[in-house]
Design a protein around this ligand. Structure first.
Ligand code: SF4
Length: 672
């Protein structure tokens, strides 16, 4: 038997054909349709390998005297309901926090935010988008009125110039990188700006290796050149935007010669890149966490929007500002409002009309209190926050400054984790609940280009595991909320009633149609390109952005900049990929990339074990001496619990989006 579903790893959303024999997923081959168009990357090809791993959680676990014992669902859910009620009665609903999941389906995430809002009565619900693309949502909503990728994946191949900044596309979104390479082979030009030389650089016409954290200065300097050389699109600016004169005044302070000092990029290269982007008929811009994970994350994102509007590159095929969403469903988890400041479909939590409509559908009024972000909840554990309910996240590896995270989670009165494996976070929990994997449940994921796609059940739930939406509904019932859904398609129907962006989307339509939101009613074919006639907010808004240095810069004691990221072969905290033989055979050991110049200064040779320390912690791992990384900067992938890069990272936050500055912190390095 073959069941077609959607990939669990990245936001490209390739279709996977799961091959089933005797209730076991024995292989994956590429689905013919979908964004992958019959192709997969290595993670997709091996996506079945973790499903039947012996480490899968099979029964609920309750911790007693520091040891877990197996429990029935009845007992575990009764205990959780009792403890949540107890904490709420004593400290109020806002003493509880809910961490939702970009790996779970839209239906699971919808249920999680509904549990927080309709059942408990708090807006304290968030998920790992806070750690990757919160600044994208804040920045692009301010500039365009919508925080999503403006164009569609197919569109890449129509671009004349592709500008990639802060995205290691070939490792993180391999099937989008494939389209970029196709475009280059057809004659498109490519500009890459990244402190670490990525594989795609070999296709780039211009490669800019800026210092980590200097993106605003670099983008402003490119816009300075575009303005002074009259490459801007005045008609587009006049007709479709506002705020141009204040923006122009700010940008004119950033001559490339001045910015060379801040960025480390020669002025002439900045000019070349600006001319190439500014002269293109259709220029598209792609970014990811190299832009967003900074204390200036929102400023960086708004600068990319400024550049696209300045040159009229929005609302047309082959153009746009395209944030590449990392996880399979980070777009969807945001859309359904696993965020503290929105109701489903990015609707205001304070709008009287929206609240009235939500009350009619839910039967209870949503809470008005301002919700805390994931990072704020973590920082107030033990004080404002007494209990946390986690679905499929692993903050003990994924959050910055892990020693602090561990201290904080240990201050809680009650911690519940739903997961498929015993993660580092689950080990700290009072109750652990076994969830189904993606192969064992129905639902939808929303890909990076707003494309909503079906997840289909291929095998029965393993052991005693259950789908997340079922677990949440059972808990909600014990907390006094009526049971409503017998299957996930009904949850999507309720979402469609509530969120106009999803108004025309149903599981039934998705069986035969390729739908991207906004899709407002059952006759709407969906939207491939946003902002075509007008921006979602009316006029596009230019912002005057000044360069600010990162929160922590190198000094005498900590003289190197650490930047972190992912690898092609592993995914986030490694709970799935490190249980996949094909992927661990490729690489399964932590390492630090260091430039040969720095290695020589420190007397370090390739593959030697080194100690890396920041003001927050230290780890030991192998050095990889390579000129991919520029002198003064080192790179560590964050997948490895045994040498967790996030023990070192800084939890300084962007003031608006509250995203941590994973991409820059100061470290010292020594031989062990
Ligand atoms: Fe899965 Fe992304 Fe690879 Fe496609 S590109 S197979 S969605 S990990």
């Amino acid at each position: 038997m073959i069941v077609t579903t959607t990939c669990i790893y990245c936001g490209v959303g390739c279709h996977l054909d799961l091959h089933i024999r005797n209730g076991i997923v024995i292989a994956v081959t590429p689905g013919k349709r979908g964004p992958g168009e019959g192709k997969l990357c290595i993670k997709g090809w091996s996506a079945h390998e973790f499903i039947h791993h012996p480490d899968r959680l099979k029964m609920p676990l309750i911790k007693e005297n520091d040891t877990f014992r197996e429990a029935t669902w009845e007992e575990a859910l009764d205990l959780i309901a009792f403890r949540l009620n107890e904490i709420k009665a004593k400290n109020g609903p806002d003493s509880l926090g809910f961490f939702s999941s970009a790996k779970a389906t839209n239906e699971d995430n919808y249920m999680m935010q509904k549990l927080a809002r309709a059942v408990i009565g708090t807006n304290n619900v968030d998920h790992c988008a806070r750690l990757c693309h919160a600044s994208t949502v804040t920045g692009l909503v301010a500039a365009f009125g919508s925080g999503a990728m403006t164009n569609s994946q197919e569109d890449v191949e129509e671009s004349d110039v592709i500008f990639i900044t802060g995205s290691n596309t070939s490792e993180q979104h391999p099937l989008i990188a494939r389209r970029m390479i196709n475009a280059v082979k057809r004659g498109a030009k490519m500009i890459i700006a990244d402190p670490r030389e990525i594989d795609l650089s070999e296709y780039a016409d211009i490669y800019l290796q800026q210092h980590p954290g200097s993106d605003v200065a670099l983008l402003n300097a490119m816009m300075y050149v575009i303005l002074t050389e009259n490459l801007h699109d005045q008609k587009f600016i006049d007709e479709r935007t506002e705020g141009f004169s204040e923006f122009k005044e700010a940008v004119m302070q950033y001559a490339p010669e001045k910015v060379e000092e801040i960025t480390g990029v020669p002025a002439e290269k900045i000019r070349e890149a600006a001319r190439l982007y500014g002269s293109a008929d259709k220029a598209s811009l792609f970014f990811s966490m190299g832009i967003t994970q900074h204390t200036t994350g929102v400023d960086n994102v708004m600068s990319t929007a400024n550049l696209a509007m300045l040159t009229g590159n929005v609302g047309k095929p082959g153009t746009g500002v395209n944030p590449l969403r990392g996880q399979n469903n980070v777009q969807g988890a945001c859309d359904v409002a696993a965020l503290p400041n929105y109701l489903p479909g990015y609707q205001s939590t304070t709008s009287p009309e929206v609240r009235a409509q939500v009350k009619e559908i839910w039967g209870v009024e949503p809470p008005l209190n301002k919700g805390l972000t994931l990072t704020e909840m973590m920082n107030t554990c033990g004080d404002d926050i007494k209990g946390i309910f986690v679905m499929g996240e692993n903050p003990m590896i994924s959050d910055p400054d892990l020693n602090h995270v561990e201290e904080q989670l240990k201050k809680l009165d009650f911690l519940v984790v739903i997961d498929i494996f015993m993660s580092e976070t689950a080990m700290l929990a009072d109750v652990v609940l076994p969830a189904c994997s993606f192969a064992e449940k129905e639902g939808t994921f929303t890909a990076t280009d707003r494309r909503v796609q079906r997840v289909r059940k291929a095998i029965e739930p393993l052991g005693g595991s259950m789908p997340d939406w079922w677990i949440i509904q059972e808990l909600g019932e014990r907390l006094g909320y009526e049971r409503r859904f017998s299957e996930p398609s009904e949850i999507m129907d309720e979402l469609a009633k509530m969120a106009p962006l999803y108004g025309g989307i149903s599981h039934k339509r998705l069986e035969s149609e390729d739908l991207r939101w906004p899709c407002r009613d059952s006759g709407d074919p969906g939207t491939h390109i946003l902002h075509q006639e007008r921006f979602s907010r009316g006029k596009g808004r230019f912002h005057a952005i000044e360069y600010r240095a990162p929160a922590e810069v190198p000094d005498e004691e900590y003289p190197y900049i650490l930047t972190t990221g992912r690898l092609l072969f592993h995914w986030h905290t490694g709970t799935m990929t490190r249980r996949s033989q094909t992927l661990t055979d490729q690489v399964n050991q932590a390492f630090m990339e260091i430039n040969p110049v720095d290695a020589e200064t420190l007397g370090i040779v390739d593959q030697e074990t080194v100690n890396v320390a920041s003001r927050r912690g230290e780890i030991e791992l192998k050095a990889q001496v390579t000129d991919r990384i520029k002198p003064g900067t080192v790179f560590i992938p964050f997948h490895y619990a045994e040498a967790a890069a996030n023990k070192l990272t800084n939890n300084a936050l962007d003031p608006k989006a509250k995203i941590p500055e994973y991409k820059v912190c100061a470290v010292k390095i020594r031989k062990t």
